[in-house]
Design a protein around this ligand. Structure first.
Ligand code: 5GP
Length: 108
């Protein structure tokens, strides 16, 4: 069941379409609808979780899988040689709009 009002949960549930880049049991990666770089992919855990500063050891697997998926997305989108940025916006003050943890993977 997607969390109410969480757009990324709706994408994970297939209720909102996306351009999928990578998927495994624990993560989904799809193109950002409003890209700020030639490659701009969002990598999200399938479990709705938001705040890094509230994470603890129980989130070790989730966060590890997310970062592994980030690396796979970088390889799949061919940005490993040009270099890429990985950004987590945390909180409205940092520009966060969607409150479901996600990594922005951005490369040329
Ligand atoms: P935030 O500002 O929360 O770190 O980033 C949220 C990102 O989600 C933004 O870059 C925005 O363009 C993207 N986004 C918002 N709604 C959708 C959507 O429905 N589909 C896709 N693919 N991206 C979205």
């Amino acid at each position: 069941m997607p969390a109410p009002n969480c757009i990324f949960c709706s994408i994970i549930a297939g209720e909102i379409p996306c351009t999928k880049v990578y998927e495994d049991e624990h993560t989904l990666a799809f193109n950002d609808i409003n890209p700020k770089a030639r490659v701009h992919v969002l990598v999200v855990p399938k479990t709705c979780f938001d705040r890094l500063h509230e994470s603890d050891e129980s989130h070790t697997q989730l966060l590890g899988q997310l970062l592994i998926a980030v690396g796979k997305v970088a390889a799949l989108t061919d940005i490993t040689r040009s270099g890429y940025r990985v950004q987590f916006n945390q909180g409205k003050g940092a520009g966060q709009e969607v409150f479901h943890l996600h990594a922005h993977v951005m490369g040329k």
